[in-house]
Ligand binder design. Sequence first.
Ligand SMILES: [Zn+2]
Ligand SMILES: [Zn+2]
Length: 344
Amino acid sequence: MATTRTAVGPMRVAQIPKTGGDFQIVEREIPNPTAGQVRIKVQACGVCHSDVLTKDGLWPGIQYPRVPGHEVAGLIDEVGPGVAEWKVGQRAGVGWHGGQDNTCPSCRRGDFRNCRNLKIPGISYDGGYQQYMVAPVEALVAIPETLSDVDAAPLLCAGITTYNALRHSGALPGDLVAVQGIGGLGHLGIQFANKFGYNVVAIGRGSETAALAKKLGAKTYVDSAATNAAEALQKLGGAQVILATAPSSKAMSELINGLGPNGKLMVIGATFDPIEVTPIQLITGSRTIQGWAAGTAADSEDTLRFAELSGVRPMIETYPLEKAGEAFARMMSGNAEFRVVLTM
Ligand SMILES: [Zn+2]
Ligand SMILES: [Zn+2]
């Protein structure tokens, strides 16, 4: 079947020229998909904290210049040879899971999420901070009709990570589930936890976010600056799960004593500092600590469908592609409420 080439002329791209370099807005030729790939006309791309891995070269082997972005929503505008299941004009996105090798031991067991050679858009290949991007079909996520591009984009990393971590946490409806941190991840985690039927405790620093946390679905708000949050959780019976979203190992360590019997600290806020825990803390009550990373394209589709069904939406601030540097700085400041999204 002949492919449709609707894109002409150069496109605008926000690229990082070298490790630690500032964003550059440049023109490039529009890329063409090869076998097993499609080209997406990007409509929106979320700015995730993990984009700092590309900006500052914190991931091994990044080739520069590199276009960051792994929260991509758009329209397929060309399909490569051999691609039958995706059509030109179809809405599609790409998240953190940008492709797998299908041959490593994890892939051979069907555990694509933990592929040893996982490809990540914006790291392994150019991501969504551009008008057009090329992606392999195994990374593609169908976007439901009622979700806008700017709402869908952040759900493909921040959304899927909180949704997937919670649904695999073992918590059952009615269980006490705490969400630590009310930010880019946490504001989605509170909403999903509420819609899953958990008894949701939001843990933040200061009293300013209490009203918002309750609006998002928390039954209880704990101000960890004013009270001992672990003790507060024990007074409520102990948490079955604590979803740790704020990137503070110290704050996570301080919460472990808030876990109830068989409770689990589910870690998704990424830092390089150690979490401190004693064996006694884990042995008492058979507590566990687990990390979780995003999920596959199929998991992303589950996330989007659940968001469509339940009304979970990210809170966003949008910037045009030309202001990618400003948008990135806004995200890094920690003051954005809550996800920053580039529009093309
Ligand atoms: Zn991300
Ligand atoms: Zn693999």
